[in-house]
Write a protein that binds this ligand. Sequence first.
Ligand code: NIG
Ligand code: FE
Length: 416
Amino acid sequence: MRILIKNIRGLAGVYDDAPSLLRGKEMDKLPMIENAFLAIEDGKIALFGSMDDWGGITDWRNLEVIDAEGRYVLPAWCDSHTHLVFAGSRELEFEDRIKGLTYEQIAKRGGGILNSAAKLASMSEAELFEKALPRLSEAIEMGTGAMEMKSGYGLSTKNELKMLRVIKDLQKETGIAIKSSFLGAHAIAADYAGKRRAYIDLILEEMIPAVAEEKLADYVDAFCEEGYFSVAETMEIVARGAEYGMKSKIHVNQFNALGAIPELVKAGAVSVDHLEVLEEADIQALNGANTIATALPLCSLFLSIPYTLSRKLIDNNAALAIATDYNPGSAPSSNMALAVSLACIKMNMTPAEAINAATLNGAAAMELADTHGSITNGKVANVLITEKCEHLSFLPYSFGKSAIAGVINHGKVIKA
Ligand code: NIG
Ligand code: FE
């Protein structure tokens, strides 16, 4: 199958040789070719350039032509932080929060993550897969071309492995790039209440070796937060993951700044995620670091908590990514376009910065920047086509209704 997109008003995120990461001031640059064409072959980007240099079609075999007159084309979203595999929604907790309870109060009385874990325990692997697949299809339809997914609603060796196997099966079924993270340290399991050290030992001694044995996770994750896992416990889990070949992507600074970020940067974490609460030492640690600061604006919106100070991070030369955090408790949405809009509206990021954070830096936060996140010959053909608009900034501006009219995923036209 070959695809030619012609008469593109602006082809954004184009590089002959894409950088592996954008940080600081670089994030405001979104290289663009006006009046462009893009050719796709065998699921890969084959050629692009100005329409003035286009040679015309000589070979019509197996060719789908899309006329993108007046429309922009950009790389598909790279959603580097999700909990897409879960058993069920939690809208009653949503109601409780409206009535005044906080996320932490709901968790304390056995709701939150433990509620999701209880639901997941009684569900078979096949059933869990059946629930997750349409969610993934919906995300792809909205323009996500690569995704990270976490376990963390199992909280026992058996159920953590069950979640990670579902993630593997989603990858096999759809063929899209999926990275998986082991998040056994999401909460202390209910049957370990009052025995937190025993649960941490279970993670270190049984879960991580079992996950590694089956090669089920690319990364290790932990929820470093008051009432969940301390900095010292998080660092133990990071070190154990590293022993088994897993780098780390860590939930940190969501409600409290516990001081983990400088240590995580030093330990070579691929990303530190959430960051709704930041201290000066955290910002300094991320200055020039390879560890990516991942902001989750849909979680800030949904829980009514502060937005990550992205402006401050970028102005201090950090590399910033944006992801959805798609999960049933704090962000029940896989809408990356909305996350990009919120990055502009609530986090003062420019459209170029927000798009870069959701594409190339999202890819980098999954170590996929060699194959995803930009329009570069040889990269996977994951692209978005906007509706007709005068400027690319119409995309984040049009926040209630997505301005994405076309989606190509791995060289397949999902919609045009
Ligand atoms: O990233 N903060 C920790 N974990 C998830 C929420 C999990 C849940 O509430 O189910 C998050 O926001
Ligand atoms: Fe999360």
